[in-house]
Ligand binder design. Structure first.
Ligand code: ZN
Length: 131
């Protein structure tokens, strides 16, 4: 029996504060980006510097404070900081000694976005049941 195809995939990842690292590409069958939800405990850091071959990354800091490193430069990050790093940027991230840091990282093939909200979105005729 064929399963009805739906236009969405969902997952409950649970309490964000309990997550160390979750990648969503497989669970959500993402086809244009990789998204991860990450937490680094207070005083800890990603144990390597890395770059990418093709993907740019956007780090969205949700909670905590820390230090971001790119190509020999360091700067403070905190809730609300958003950092985009080009593929070749050599990056690392560290939580400060008092706060764990939570962030979402979105990676996508650099220069692959050919349209976005204003050109790609379209208003549907449908109304949600609460409207
Ligand atoms: Zn990366």
């Amino acid at each position: 029996m064929l399963q009805e195809e739906k236009n969405y995939t969902k997952k409950n990842v649970g309490e964000l504060k309990l997550i160390e690292r979750i990648t969503l590409k497989e669970d959500l069958n993402l086809s244009g980006s990789e998204i991860s939800i990450n937490q680094i405990p207070a005083g800890k850091f990603v144990p390597f510097v890395h770059s990418h071959k093709r993907n740019e990354e956007v780090y969205i800091i949700l909670k905590g404070k820390g230090i971001f490193y790119v190509d020999g430069e360091e700067f403070a990050i905190k809730e609300g900081t958003v950092v985009k790093v080009d593929p070749q940027g050599e990056r690392c991230i560290k939580a400060n000694s008092e706060d764990s840091i939570q962030f979402i990282c979105v990676q996508a093939d650099q220069n692959s976005l050919i349209q976005c909200t204003s050109e790609d979105g379209k208003i549907a005729e449908t109304k949600p049941p609460w409207n």
